[in-house]
Design a protein around this ligand. Structure first.
Ligand SMILES: NC(=O)c1ccc[n+]([C@@H]2O[C@H](COP(=O)([O-])OP(=O)(O)OC[C@H]3O[C@@H](n4cnc5c(N)ncnc54)[C@H](OP(=O)(O)O)[C@@H]3O)[C@@H](O)[C@H]2O)c1
Length: 283
């Protein structure tokens, strides 16, 4: 049974390979697909097969998937290009005869106002149209997404948010990676799982966790989208980034990341770790 992981030199993909190994998949049954082989020495040293795999080189993709039974497509990080890139991977998987594809998507990809959603939804639709056996993992936010805010709060004593009373059922990236490894090494098909932490926190609660991790007072400063836009513009962020950040805040305010499903803890066989644990590790 040969299992392949795209983006294997990235944060999530690298952790998926680690979890596959830890959970007993032999290294010679793992293919790490990377666009920068020079960054993959660590993977090769573990006995994992490394193959070059660049979503922007569609003609080269099928041969890299030769002999692969199950493929994890870790969504790319080039916004605006991803639907096309993921389509190229899906086409290559079909050409190469890959038996099963697992894809990392986002909660409510079909209906969400989150700016990341449209490309995920396009990919989910492409998978459905492909006829490939597949599983969709709609990952909630990583706990790690808030480490930059933690760094800022260490200086300012506040976390700036336009997400109102919206809640986020985030999870540690390594736990989402472990769940992806479990699914990749398993046999289920046709499922869409929404993977969330067991707790959905508010920004006031996050501020309290920041305070605990930093050992200093931290409050959530609730502002309007227009106020936050002004603050971010004054800090030098460009309009595209500001629009993205405010789009995420709007999705959170609308409750789109608040749902707790239990799918992640079920795959892990244990409760998920709270965000405070991730904050403490760096705080
Ligand atoms: N749920 C969340 O909170 C959250 C947060 C951030 C991102 N995401 C999504 O989840 C994905 C994985 O997260 P992450 O933290 O692992 O992000 P990451 O570290 O940026 O990993 C993205 C991976 O995609 C690879 N990649 C990008 N363009 C590619 C291309 N043209 N061809 C082949 N590979 C390409 C990168 O390759 P290199 O290693 O060569 O750069 C990297 O390995 C992200 O890409 C994004 O779609 C989710």
């Amino acid at each position: 049974m040969t299992l392949a992981v795209t983006g294997a030199t990235g944060h999530l993909g690298g952790l998926v390979v680690e979890h596959l190994l830890r959970r007993g998949t032999p290294a010679d049954q793992i293919v790490a697909l990377v666009r920068r082989p020079d960054a993959a020495d660590g993977l090769a040293a573990k006995g994992v097969t490394v193959r070059v795999f660049d979503y922007n080189q569609p003609d080269e993709l099928p041969s890299a998937l030769a002999g692969v039974d199950s493929l994890l497509l870790v969504s790319g990080n080039e916004f605006g290009k991803r639907a096309q890139q993921h389509q190229a991977v899906i086409d290559a998987a079909k050409t190469a005869g890959v038996g099963r594809l697992v894809y990392t998507s986002a909660p409510g990809a079909d209906t969400s106002i989150n700016p990341v959603a449209p490309e995920h939804w396009a990919t989910e639709q492409a998978l459905a149209a492909s006829g490939l056996a597949h599983v969709i993992l709609r990952n909630n936010w990583y706990h790690e997404n808030y480490l930059a805010d933690l760094g800022a709060a260490a200086q300012t004593g506040e976390i700036l948010t336009a997400a109102g009373q919206g809640r986020v059922a985030s999870a540690a990236r390594t736990e989402l990676a472990e769940a992806a490894a479990v699914v990749l090494a398993g046999s289920q098909v046709g499922q869409t799982l929404t993977l969330t932490g067991d707790v959905a926190w508010s920004f006031d609660e996050l501020a309290a966790d920041f305070a605990t991790a930093l050992g200093r007072p931290v409050v959530a400063r609730h502002v309007s989208a227009a106020e936050k836009s002004d603050v971010l513009a004054a800090a030098g962020l460009d309009a595209g980034v500001i629009g993205f950040i405010l789009g995420v805040d709007a999705a959170i305010a609308a409750g789109e990341l608040a749902g707790v499903t239990g799918d992640l803890s079920a795959l892990l066989g244990r409760p998920t770790s709270p965000i405070l644990e991730t904050l403490r590790a760096v705080g």
